[in-house]
Design a protein around this ligand. Structure first.
Ligand code: C2E
Ligand code: MG
Ligand code: MG
Length: 760
């Protein structure tokens, strides 16, 4: 018997050691607590083992000491384990320090038993035919037992409170511990009360240690997981349906029943209902979207279907589950996002990008009818905003977009290209110019008391089979607008071959300008300027292009193009540079002549005109008054204050400022008021066109007088005849330029002319 129990004890020691090591290796706080508890159980079991096998009183007594003292450590470890196991349940167990002090005191009094024998002594019995020493308890032992049982009781209380506070699904893992603890305690108690010769009490506690190890470290709460998973699945926003291999629905979550409107828990009804609602959705392992019209009203709902196969560990199909999700809101949001990205906020028309791509889409699909592109431009729209305010401006744009919409058919594509421009793409036969002219001849926007007649122009481009860039087509339609001369009576312009060749020409010469400048194809021609005695006192430098392919080009064929695209600054810089070179050469030859150069309005946008000219003069070592600068009134159209500053700064540096083409524009006089100029260049060509010569003469005479009074030198250009020269002389004009003296000529020819004059 004793041998059998000894074997059991040995087995328990080994098991507890293994459990303790495994628990420790988990490296978790609960693992540590279990390792400590299981390790602490080993000494009392060893003590129990010694007592069981020993027939020697001293050895048995030592066994009892190991047993009793070990139990204090077990109590300590049980407390630590309880704290860890029940952690986080809200009770926040804090072990009172006196408990530990009592355990230490108990251990001390047990040790003192060696002196006072107040806790226990041993008595000899005969078991299995050999001496067996059992202990006889005294009050020290009673204290030890009360302390141990009190601790166990307190631990049970903590577990009980924890279980009460736990969600039901978690109670299982606590209850098991409590039950095993009660059983171990009862087993222990049985040996205390029964006093059977052999003490096997530690078997119960050792099992308790193993149970704790199992439930804390090894046990996977399958039922708990099951319950949690089923709860998660039930509460999912997706409707889930599980089908067996015959396609019969065997389970669905609450959403699934809700979706199908099936109230009783009969999943087999769901299969029919799903087919009835959605048809047989063609879904494989993937996603498909099905629209479904609900019974109430005509509300469209969209659902996504996701079907997945369920296989076992051998990859054999065991069933199918279907996840159905209501994606109506997402779909609607997506539609709204797409709409916002493709439609203009104010007018609701397509944005330019979307218009271009939708036109491209039509052009890329086979079609037989011809199409046109219309560029719609509101003239002077800035004035509408400035005078009536932005609200009225917005309203006007909405009126235009409504007018466009009204005239469109399903084949048309139309949108807002930019602030005040719109674009249309439509079949040619759908465009009725007479109706459009009629509509646009009195396009009035009225709101409250404000009334404004909008001036709207349409540029039409007929699409060619070779066209493939929508923006180019709109550019062409836009270009045609420049041909409208009577802008109040003509509202429609067509892109034609003339515009096409103009555009081609502009492109060609723009591409060639750089090389032309480098190769000397652009040259300064000089047109003499004479004084009252007819002597040449200076010249205007005018650009000419001696084109390698097209021959001699007058400025009219390239200057306006470069003025438009800004490349004029290259030409002007070259011309100023050339003028300076000529002046510096003349200076060294002792010629005292000035040269006038033209300054284009665009020059002011792209460079610092004053510093550019000043630097040039300095570099060439020329007297600034020899380089005259000509500006026209268009220079003053924008940022006039700045322009005045630039010109003043040039004057201060000694340059002479000439106002070119005086009288040809609208506000020459106005400009004269604001600006300090030295020379007025009066345009004879403009006056020459007048049918009433007397009137023209009166004007010229008065302008000359005006300049005299203002202390400005007058220069008349376009002098073609001797008579003109004579009359102008009489009128008091100081300087003269025109074909009568000479056309603009190459520098060499000009110098020859000077030689001739000097000889005469
Ligand atoms: P502009 O500065 O007013 O130059 C005077 C224009 O009148 C020149 O035309 C000249 O040839 C022309 N002209 C001179 N005398 C007579 C005449 O008796 N009868 C007639 N019918 N015309 C006469 P051009 O050289 O064709 O230049 C035209 C315009 O081109 C110039 O007008 C000027 O505005 C511009 N331009 C010419 N070269 C340059 C340049 O290098 N830079 C800039 N920015 N513009 C230039
Ligand atoms: Mg000029
Ligand atoms: Mg001029």
């Amino acid at each position: 018997m004793r041998f059998l129990y000894s074997l059991i004890f040995l087995l328990l020691i080994v098991t507890l050691t293994v459990c303790s090591i495994i628990a420790k290796q988990k490296k978790t706080s609960i693992g540590d607590a279990v390792a400590l508890l299981d390790a602490s159980l080993i000494p009392p079991v060893i003590g129990n083992l010694i007592v069981t096998i020993s027939s020697n009183e001293l050895l048995s007594t030592i066994g009892f000491y190991i047993f009793f003292l070990g139990m204090d450590i077990v109590m300590f470890a049980t407390i630590r384990f309880t704290v860890k196991y029940c952690e986080g349940t809200g009770s926040g167990q804090k072990v009172p320090i006196p408990v530990y002090l009592l355990l230490i005191a108990d251990a001390a009094q047990l040790l003192l038993n060696t002196v006072f024998h107040h806790a226990f002594v041993t008595e000899e019995l005969t078991v299995d035919g050999s001496p067996y020493y059992r202990f006889v308890p005294y009050f020290g032992q009673t204290f030890h037992r009360i302390l141990d049982y009190s601790i166990l009781f307190a631990v049970l209380l903590v577990f009980a409170v924890t279980i009460r506070n736990m969600p039901r699904i978690y109670r299982e893992r606590y209850t098991v511990i409590v039950v095993s603890m009660v059983l171990a305690g009862a087993w222990q108690g049985f040996y205390i009360i029964s006093r059977t010769p052999i003490d096997r009490s530690m078997i119960g506690l050792a099992f308790f240690g193993i149970v704790i190890f199992y439930f804390s470290i090894c046990y996977k709460p399958v039922r708990l997981l099951d319950r949690m998973l089923s709860k998660i699945v039930s509460e999912m926003t997706e409707a889930l349906f599980v089908f067996d291999l015959n396609g019969k629905c065997i389970w669905a979550n609450d959403r699934g029943y809700e979706l199908c409107g099936v109230t009783n828990n009969k999943p087999d009804k769901l299969s029919e209902k799903l087919i009835e609602m959605f048809g047989d959705p063609e879904v494989q392992n993937g996603e498909s979207i099905v629209a479904h019209i609900t019974d109430k009203g005509r509300e469209v709902h969209y659902y996504s279907f996701e079907e997945n196969k369920v296989t076992d560990e051998k990859d054999k199909l065991t069933g199918i589950y279907l996840a159905v999700r209501d994606i109506t809101e997402e779909k609607m949001q997506m539609k709204r996002d797409i709409y916002d990205a493709t439609h203009d906020r104010l007018t609701g028309l397509y944005t330019r990008e979307y218009l271009y791509s939708s036109i491209m889409e039509v052009l890329e699909t086979p079609h037989t009818n011809d199409h046109i592109i219309i560029f719609i431009d509101v003239k002077n729209f800035k004035i509408v905003n400035d005078v009536f305010g932005n609200d009225f401006g917005d309203y006007a744009l909405i009126c235009i977009s409504n007018w466009i919409r009204k005239n469109m058919t399903a084949e048309c594509r139309y949108g807002r290209l930019a602030g005040d421009t719109f674009g249309v793409f439509m079949p040619s036969e759908g465009f009725h110019p007479e109706k459009v002219e009629n509509d646009l001849s009195h396009f009035v926007v009225k709101r409250d008391n404000a009334v404004y007649q909008l001036l709207i122009h349409l540029g039409i481009y007929k699409i060619d089979s070779s066209d493939n860039d929508v923006s180019v087509m709109f550019d062409r339609a836009h270009l045609s607008l420049s041909t409208i001369s009577d802008e109040y009576n003509t509202h429609i312009a067509y892109y034609d071959n003339e515009i096409r060749s103009k555009v081609m020409w502009a492109q060609t010469i723009s591409n060639e300008l750089d090389d032309a400048l480098k190769n000397g194809e652009i040259r300064p021609y000089l047109q003499p300027i004479a004084d009252e005695n007819g002597r040449i006192v200076g010249a205007e430098a005018l650009a000419r292009w001696i084109h390698s392919k097209h021959g001699f080009l007058s400025p009219a064929s390239f200057i306006p193009i470069f003025e438009k695209n800004g490349m004029i600054i290259e030409v002007d810089k070259f011309m100023w540079h050339s003028a300076c070179s000529i002046l510096s050469k003349w200076g060294s030859e002792g010629r005292d002549l000035f040269l006038s150069v033209n300054i284009s309005p665009k020059d002011f946008y792209f460079m610092d005109v004053a510093s550019e000219i000043k630097t040039l003069v300095k570099e060439h070592g020329i007297d600034p008054k020899m380089l005259r600068t000509e500006i026209t009134e268009t220079v003053m159209m924008n940022e006039s204050d700045n322009r005045i500053k630039v010109m003043d700064s040039l004057r201060e540096s000694g340059f002479i400022i000439e106002m070119d083409d005086f009288g040809s524009g609208y506000s020459s006089l106005n400009m004269l008021k604001d600006m300090n100029v030295d020379v007025l260049k009066i345009d004879m060509n403009f006056l020459g066109k007048s049918s009433d010569k007397n009137k023209a003469r009166t004007i010229v005479k008065n302008v000359i007088n005006l300049s005299k009074e203002l202390g400005i030198v007058s220069l008349t250009e376009g002098v073609e005849t001797e008579e003109q020269y004579r009359i102008l002389l009489e009128m008091g004009c100081k300087l003269f330029q025109g074909y009568y003296f000479s056309k603009p000529i190459p520098v060499d020819d000009f110098e020859k002319l000077l030689e001739k004059q000097n000889k005469a």
